[in-house]
Design a protein around this ligand. Structure first.
Ligand SMILES: [Zn+2]
Length: 322
């Protein structure tokens, strides 16, 4: 069997582990619940057991393991700095030094969206273009910037937090401490909140029907379906969201003139209603570069971006320091 690499995608709900070869062909995958209330020691112990089980099944030890985590890390030391969505927040947990001796291979840590950007670089659109900007629009909005075939990390690995661009100067308060960040306006929960308000005020009859009156089912996707069935107010809000997204994308195009903008995450499943307006708005806003020559594309890896990003990280492909 060819050489394999391993990836761990540490999420708030689940931990996914994938073994794949250098072409990104997945040989094995498995998942366990995160159960972050157990704290870092408990979670890391179970991650070690998960990888050991997979080593046993695959009959081969991975050459290295890349791990995407939801927050900030110390890249050089393989230590988590702050994972805000996990219990105890994982301040200064020496993940590399705990896992690497147990698994008998090098372990590398990186923020999860930067990891997904690496996946797109090595196994997705990055096979065709050398500079692109990645927006992951889901529960939050993360991002990553690839310039000339390298992921831009910055000295702290924090470069590319594209969801925290100011879009409305005095907009809603953001978790980061600022106001009117893109994340406060067009993340999945932000959009769903708008949809729920419209249903409650009787302004979204189609959306009400689609979700059968269950407000928990109001999502960007059901909102797009309602807009396409004739809910005018829902449609207006989606077009407004497209404007905010276009402001953020336009800023990046003006700053970097990338070959491409790549979009991932659940919100972009809203489809053409959102994306056509984004393209229109970019034409109105961006005049310093020929914006029609910068394609706006959906991620080629979709929900595999995190897993394959971890493989790219394990291979140390596309990193500035490789
Ligand atoms: Zn923010």
């Amino acid at each position: 069997m060819s050489e394999l690499y391993a990836s761990i995608d540490l999420g708030g709900t689940n931990i996914k582990c994938v073994f794949a070869d250098a072409e990104g062909t997945v040989a094995a995958s498995d998942a366990i619940p995160t159960a972050s209330h157990e704290g870092p020691d408990g979670v890391l112990f179970r991650i070690g057991s998960l990888v050991e089980r997979m080593i046993e099944r695959a009959g081969i030890r991975p050459r290295a393991l890349g791990m995407g985590v939801p927050g900030l890390v110390d890249l050089k030391r393989g230590v988590t700095r702050f994972l805000p969505n996990l219990a105890t927040q994982w301040r200064d947990v020496p993940v590399r030094d705990i896992l690497s001796p147990r698994l008998g291979c090098p372990v590398y840590l990186l923020n999860d969206v930067r990891t997904a950007t690496l996946g797109e670089l090595v196994f997705g659109h990055g096979r065709r273009v050398t500079s692109f900007v990645f927006f992951a629009i889901g529960t939050g909005i993360g991002g990553g910037i690839v310039i000339d075939g390298k992921l831009r990390l910055g000295p702290l690995g924090a470069a590319g937090e594209l969801g925290h661009q100011t879009v409305i100067p005095d907009g809603p308060v953001c978790g980061c401490g600022s106001r009117g960040c893109m994340e406060t306006l067009i993340s999945g929960p932000a959009l769903s909140g708008v949809g729920v308000r419209l249903v409650r005020s009787g302004l979204a009859p189609k959306l009400h029907d689609i979700v059968g009156g269950d407000l928990n089912l109001v999502t960007p996707e059901t909102m797009a379906a309602a807009a396409n069935k004739g809910d005018g107010k829902v449609r207006e809000e989606i077009l407004r969201a497209a404007e905010y997204l276009a402001i953020g994308i336009g800023n990046m195009i003006t700053a970097l003139h990338p070959d491409m903008v790549v979009l991932g995450g659940g919100v972009v499943q809203m489809g053409d209603l959102l994306l056509n307006r984004v393209r229109e708005s970019l034409r109105e806003r961006v005049h310093m570069v020929p914006v029609d020559d910068v394609p706006i594309e959906l991620s080629l890896l979709a929900d595999q971006a995190g897993a394959l990003g971890g493989i790219a990280l394990a291979m140390k492909r596309g990193l500035i320091e490789d």
